[in-house]
Design a protein. Structure first.
Length: 305
C-alpha cells in the first residue's frame, strides 16, 4: 500500500473513519473526506491523513472537492464512495433533491465522474500495484427491497415511511450505477465494486426512531463494530487483485451478494446512468486507449482480510 492514494468519503466517523485509519496504517496516503470540519480534521489527524471538507447536500461542494483532490494528488488509486445514510424525514438539499438520494447516489456519482480521468491516468502508470485502480461504493443489503422509479428519484410521489423505502431505493441505485460504470470502464484499467459492510453499530440513521429504539432496547449493541464493518472496504481498497468481475456487489467478503431484481436489468441501469449524468450536469469522457485490451476481470486471490 506504500504511497497508494486512497480517497474515502464519509470518513469523519463510523466505518469510513475506521477504514481510513486501517489503510493509513498499511502505508496508503489517505484523503479523509467529511462534512463536519472538526470531526474530519480529528479523523485525519488520528489516521495521519489529509482532511478535505465537503457537504454532499451541495453539489457545488462536490465540484470544489474534486478540484481540491485533483490539485493535491497527481495519482488516485482508489476512490471509496462511503458517504451517505438514512434520513428519517423527507427534506431537500440546496440543489432541490431529496437528501437520501443526493448523498447516497447523485453526489458520489458526480465526484466519481469528475475524478475518472485521474483514475484512468493512474491505471496507465507503470508503478500501479497488482490490484490496480478502483472505484468503490458502500451499498447495503437493503438494496434487495428497493424499488427504483426514474420518474421519482426524489421520492416526491410515494409515502416516505421514515426514510427506509428511499434508503433501500438509493442503495439499489448504487449497485446499479456501479455495475453500469464497470461496463463503461472496460478497457481503462479501472474497476468498480459496491459492498455491503454488514449491520454496523455506528451513528448511521441516527434520525430514525426505529434504530434509536433498537439501540435503546439492545443497549447500543446493534451490529458489528466500525472496524469490523470497515474490513470489506479495506480489503477492496488493498493492493492485491480482487477475485471478482468488475461491477460485482460484495456482501461483506462474498462477491455474489443478493441484489434487487431491477439491478439485473441492463436497460434500466443504462437509463439510470444517463439520468444521473443529466442531473449532475456531467458527461463521462472517453477514457479508453488504443492499446487497452478490455480485460477488467480479476483472477487472483481476494485481498487480505
Amino acid at each position: 500500500m506504500n504511497q497508494r492514494v486512497v480517497v474515502i468519503t464519509g470518513a469523519s466517523s463510523g466505518i469510513g473513519r475506521a477504514a481510513a485509519i486501517a489503510l493509513a496504517a498499511r502505508g496508503a496516503r489517505v484523503a479523509v473526506v467529511g462534512r463536519n470540519p472538526e470531526r474530519t480534521r480529528a479523523a485525519a489527524h488520528e489516521a495521519g491523513a489529509e482532511p478535505f471538507v465537503a457537504d454532499f447536500d451541495r453539489l457545488d461542494d462536490v465540484r470544489a472537492l474534486a478540484d481540491a483532490l485533483l490539485a493535491r494528488y497527481d495519482r488516485i488509486d482508489v476512490l471509496a464512495n462511503n458517504a451517505g445514510g438514512l434520513v428519517a424525514q423527507r427534506a431537500l438539499t440546496a440543489d432541490g433533491h431529496e437528501r437520501t438520494f443526493q448523498s447516497n447516489v447523485l453526489a458520489p456519482f458526480l465526484l466519481t465522474e469528475l475524478l475518472l480521468p485521474r483514475l484512468a491516468e493512474t491505471a496507465a502508470r507503470d508503478d500501479v500495484p497488482e490490484g490496480g485502480v478502483r472505484v468503490l461504493a458502500t451499498a447495503s443489503m437493503a438494496n434487495r427491497w428497493g424499488r427504483l422509479r426514474l420518474d421519482d428519484l426524489d421520492w416526491a410521489q410515494r409515502p416516505y415511511q421514515g426514510g427506509w423505502p428511499a434508503y433501500a431505493a438509493a442503495k439499489l441505485a448504487v449497485v446499479m450505477w456501479i455495475r453500469e460504470l464497470a461496463e463503461r470502464l472496460t478497457g481503462t484499467g479501472v474497476e468498480a465494486f459496491s459492498v455491503h459492510p454488514g449491520v454496523v453499530a455506528t451513528n448511521f440513521g441516527d434520525t430514525s426512531w426505529l434504530l434509536k429504539l433498537g439501540n435503546a432496547v439492545l443497549f447500543h449493541h446493534v451490529g458489528r463494530s466500525a472496524a469490523s464493518g470497515a474490513a470489506p472496504l479495506v480489503a477492496l481498497a488493498g493492493a492485491e487483485r480482487v477475485a471478482a468481475v468488475s461491477g460485482s456487489y460484495f456482501s461483506r467478503f462474498r462477491a455474489a451478494g443478493a441484489v434487487g431484481a431491477q439491478a439485473l436489468d441492463p436497460r434500466l441501469r443504462r437509463q439510470l446512468f444517463d439520468e444521473l449524468q443529466r442531473l449532475a450536469d456531467v458527461t463521462t469522457p472517453d477514457l479508453t486507449t488504443p492499446e487497452a485490451d478490455g480485460d477488467s476481470t480479476g483472477t487472483a486471490a481476494p485481498a487480505a482480510r
